[in-house]
Design a protein around this ligand. Structure first.
Ligand SMILES: [Zn+2]
Length: 220
Protein backbone atom coordinates (compact mmCIF):
# COMPACT_ATOMS: atom_id res chain seq x y z
CA UNK A 1 0.00 0.00 0.00
CA UNK A 2 1.33 3.42 -0.96
CA UNK A 3 1.57 6.09 1.68
CA UNK A 4 1.50 9.86 2.01
CA UNK A 5 4.70 11.13 3.63
CA UNK A 6 5.28 14.53 5.17
CA UNK A 7 8.96 15.20 5.79
CA UNK A 8 9.25 18.48 7.58
CA UNK A 9 11.95 20.60 9.11
CA UNK A 10 12.99 24.16 9.79
CA UNK A 11 14.95 26.16 7.19
CA UNK A 12 18.24 25.03 5.73
CA UNK A 13 17.91 21.43 6.84
CA UNK A 14 18.54 20.04 3.36
CA UNK A 15 14.92 19.18 2.49
CA UNK A 16 15.32 19.82 -1.23
CA UNK A 17 18.56 17.86 -1.29
CA UNK A 18 16.68 14.93 0.30
CA UNK A 19 13.98 15.21 -2.38
CA UNK A 20 16.61 15.16 -5.14
CA UNK A 21 18.28 12.10 -3.58
CA UNK A 22 14.95 10.24 -3.46
CA UNK A 23 14.22 11.16 -7.09
CA UNK A 24 17.64 9.94 -8.10
CA UNK A 25 17.15 6.64 -6.30
CA UNK A 26 13.85 6.05 -8.10
CA UNK A 27 15.28 6.94 -11.49
CA UNK A 28 18.32 4.76 -10.95
CA UNK A 29 15.89 1.83 -10.75
CA UNK A 30 14.18 2.88 -13.99
CA UNK A 31 11.20 4.44 -12.21
CA UNK A 32 9.49 7.67 -13.17
CA UNK A 33 9.10 10.49 -10.66
CA UNK A 34 6.71 13.44 -10.92
CA UNK A 35 8.24 16.45 -9.14
CA UNK A 36 6.01 19.38 -8.22
CA UNK A 37 6.60 22.74 -6.59
CA UNK A 38 4.12 25.49 -5.66
CA UNK A 39 4.55 28.58 -7.84
CA UNK A 40 4.60 30.92 -4.84
CA UNK A 41 8.33 30.29 -4.71
CA UNK A 42 9.71 31.97 -7.83
CA UNK A 43 13.21 32.57 -6.49
CA UNK A 44 14.79 30.38 -9.14
CA UNK A 45 12.65 31.39 -12.09
CA UNK A 46 10.28 28.45 -11.58
CA UNK A 47 10.07 25.04 -13.19
CA UNK A 48 12.68 23.45 -10.97
CA UNK A 49 13.55 22.67 -7.40
CA UNK A 50 16.91 23.98 -6.22
CA UNK A 51 18.73 22.85 -3.10
CA UNK A 52 20.81 25.37 -1.19
CA UNK A 53 23.77 23.13 -1.95
CA UNK A 54 23.27 24.18 -5.59
CA UNK A 55 21.86 20.97 -7.07
CA UNK A 56 18.59 21.22 -8.98
CA UNK A 57 16.11 19.21 -11.01
CA UNK A 58 13.14 20.13 -13.20
CA UNK A 59 9.73 20.35 -11.55
CA UNK A 60 6.20 21.12 -12.63
CA UNK A 61 4.96 24.38 -11.15
CA UNK A 62 1.54 24.23 -9.54
CA UNK A 63 -0.61 27.13 -8.38
CA UNK A 64 -3.49 27.50 -5.93
CA UNK A 65 -5.99 26.37 -8.56
CA UNK A 66 -4.14 23.31 -9.87
CA UNK A 67 -6.06 20.05 -9.56
CA UNK A 68 -3.33 17.56 -8.64
CA UNK A 69 -5.42 14.52 -9.57
CA UNK A 70 -5.96 15.84 -13.10
CA UNK A 71 -2.27 16.73 -13.38
CA UNK A 72 -1.23 13.31 -12.11
CA UNK A 73 -3.53 11.48 -14.55
CA UNK A 74 -2.33 13.60 -17.47
CA UNK A 75 1.34 12.81 -16.78
CA UNK A 76 0.61 9.18 -15.86
CA UNK A 77 -1.15 8.64 -19.20
CA UNK A 78 2.12 9.47 -21.00
CA UNK A 79 4.60 7.83 -18.62
CA UNK A 80 3.54 5.81 -15.62
CA UNK A 81 4.20 7.81 -12.44
CA UNK A 82 5.88 5.67 -9.76
CA UNK A 83 6.22 8.41 -7.15
CA UNK A 84 5.14 12.01 -6.63
CA UNK A 85 7.63 14.32 -4.91
CA UNK A 86 6.66 17.81 -3.75
CA UNK A 87 8.95 20.57 -2.53
CA UNK A 88 7.86 23.55 -0.41
CA UNK A 89 4.78 21.61 0.71
CA UNK A 90 3.92 24.28 3.28
CA UNK A 91 2.51 26.33 0.39
CA UNK A 92 -0.03 23.68 -0.64
CA UNK A 93 -3.71 24.42 -0.13
CA UNK A 94 -6.12 22.17 1.75
CA UNK A 95 -7.64 20.86 -1.49
CA UNK A 96 -4.15 19.92 -2.75
CA UNK A 97 -3.52 17.76 0.32
CA UNK A 98 -6.91 16.06 -0.07
CA UNK A 99 -6.10 15.38 -3.75
CA UNK A 100 -2.79 13.84 -2.69
CA UNK A 101 -4.60 11.42 -0.38
CA UNK A 102 -6.69 10.40 -3.40
CA UNK A 103 -3.54 9.77 -5.49
CA UNK A 104 -2.18 7.57 -2.70
CA UNK A 105 -5.40 5.70 -1.91
CA UNK A 106 -7.00 5.30 -5.34
CA UNK A 107 -3.93 4.94 -7.56
CA UNK A 108 -1.58 3.35 -5.01
CA UNK A 109 1.20 5.82 -5.83
CA UNK A 110 3.43 7.05 -2.99
CA UNK A 111 3.54 10.80 -2.43
CA UNK A 112 6.36 12.44 -0.48
CA UNK A 113 6.01 16.07 0.52
CA UNK A 114 8.90 18.12 1.88
CA UNK A 115 8.28 21.39 3.67
CA UNK A 116 8.37 23.61 6.69
CA UNK A 117 6.07 22.93 9.64
CA UNK A 118 5.77 26.33 11.29
CA UNK A 119 6.36 29.84 9.98
CA UNK A 120 8.52 32.53 11.60
CA UNK A 121 5.59 33.53 13.86
CA UNK A 122 5.27 29.90 15.05
CA UNK A 123 1.99 29.33 13.24
CA UNK A 124 1.39 26.31 11.03
CA UNK A 125 1.28 26.87 7.29
CA UNK A 126 -1.98 25.73 5.62
CA UNK A 127 -0.22 22.96 3.71
CA UNK A 128 1.62 21.76 6.80
CA UNK A 129 -1.55 21.80 8.89
CA UNK A 130 -3.37 19.44 6.53
CA UNK A 131 -0.29 17.32 5.89
CA UNK A 132 0.05 16.77 9.64
CA UNK A 133 -3.62 15.76 9.71
CA UNK A 134 -3.65 13.47 6.66
CA UNK A 135 -0.13 12.04 6.19
CA UNK A 136 0.48 8.35 6.90
CA UNK A 137 4.08 8.98 7.87
CA UNK A 138 5.37 12.18 9.44
CA UNK A 139 9.14 12.45 9.63
CA UNK A 140 11.37 15.22 10.90
CA UNK A 141 14.56 16.17 9.07
CA UNK A 142 16.64 17.46 11.93
CA UNK A 143 18.83 20.51 11.95
CA UNK A 144 20.56 22.37 14.76
CA UNK A 145 20.57 25.83 16.28
CA UNK A 146 23.91 27.65 16.48
CA UNK A 147 24.08 26.52 20.13
CA UNK A 148 23.94 22.83 19.18
CA UNK A 149 20.39 22.14 20.37
CA UNK A 150 17.82 20.85 17.91
CA UNK A 151 16.28 23.71 15.92
CA UNK A 152 12.49 23.66 15.93
CA UNK A 153 11.74 27.25 14.95
CA UNK A 154 12.43 29.65 12.13
CA UNK A 155 13.39 33.24 12.78
CA UNK A 156 12.90 35.92 10.17
CA UNK A 157 15.80 38.35 10.18
CA UNK A 158 15.64 41.61 8.22
CA UNK A 159 18.73 43.85 8.24
CA UNK A 160 20.03 42.02 11.29
CA UNK A 161 16.75 42.51 13.19
CA UNK A 162 14.61 39.66 14.47
CA UNK A 163 11.04 39.97 13.09
CA UNK A 164 8.18 38.12 14.77
CA UNK A 165 5.17 39.60 12.96
CA UNK A 166 4.12 40.26 9.36
CA UNK A 167 2.84 38.27 6.39
CA UNK A 168 3.38 34.53 6.50
CA UNK A 169 4.84 34.40 3.03
CA UNK A 170 7.76 36.71 2.29
CA UNK A 171 10.10 35.24 -0.27
CA UNK A 172 13.18 37.00 -1.51
CA UNK A 173 14.07 40.54 -0.48
CA UNK A 174 16.59 41.15 2.22
CA UNK A 175 15.15 38.76 4.74
CA UNK A 176 16.99 35.76 5.97
CA UNK A 177 15.51 32.80 7.73
CA UNK A 178 17.48 31.25 10.54
CA UNK A 179 16.74 27.95 12.27
CA UNK A 180 16.82 28.26 16.05
CA UNK A 181 16.03 26.21 19.14
CA UNK A 182 13.05 27.38 21.20
CA UNK A 183 15.27 29.05 23.81
CA UNK A 184 17.08 31.21 21.26
CA UNK A 185 13.91 31.96 19.30
CA UNK A 186 12.39 33.26 22.53
CA UNK A 187 15.40 35.31 23.64
CA UNK A 188 16.14 36.51 20.10
CA UNK A 189 19.81 35.56 19.99
CA UNK A 190 20.46 34.50 16.40
CA UNK A 191 24.17 33.83 16.95
CA UNK A 192 26.99 34.19 14.44
CA UNK A 193 25.34 31.47 12.38
CA UNK A 194 22.48 33.88 11.72
CA UNK A 195 24.45 35.31 8.86
CA UNK A 196 24.98 32.07 6.99
CA UNK A 197 22.95 28.96 6.27
CA UNK A 198 23.54 25.70 8.10
CA UNK A 199 23.60 22.50 6.07
CA UNK A 200 23.32 19.06 7.53
CA UNK A 201 25.43 17.51 4.80
CA UNK A 202 29.20 17.59 4.47
CA UNK A 203 31.03 19.09 1.50
CA UNK A 204 32.10 15.61 0.44
CA UNK A 205 28.48 14.45 0.39
CA UNK A 206 27.48 17.45 -1.70
CA UNK A 207 30.29 16.77 -4.18
CA UNK A 208 29.22 13.14 -4.39
CA UNK A 209 25.62 14.20 -4.95
CA UNK A 210 26.61 16.53 -7.75
CA UNK A 211 28.38 13.64 -9.48
CA UNK A 212 25.52 11.22 -8.92
CA UNK A 213 22.48 13.28 -9.77
CA UNK A 214 21.20 13.08 -13.30
CA UNK A 215 18.64 15.60 -14.43
CA UNK A 216 15.52 14.14 -15.95
CA UNK A 217 14.19 16.48 -18.64
CA UNK A 218 11.31 14.23 -19.54
CA UNK A 219 9.03 15.78 -16.91
CA UNK A 220 7.77 18.97 -18.45
ZN1 LIG B 1 19.91 27.62 20.50
Amino acid sequence: MAQLYFRYSTMNAGKTLELIKVAYNYEERGKHVLTLTPSVDNRYGGGKVVSKAGISRPAVMIDDETNLIELYLKVDAVTKVDCVLIDEGQFLKKHHVLQLTEIVDSFDTPVMVYGLKNDFRNELFEGSYYLLVYADKIEEIKTICWCGRKATMVARVVDGKFIRTGNQIEIGGNDKYVSLCRKHYNDGRIGDEGTRPIYNVTNDEVAQMAEDVQVDDSIE
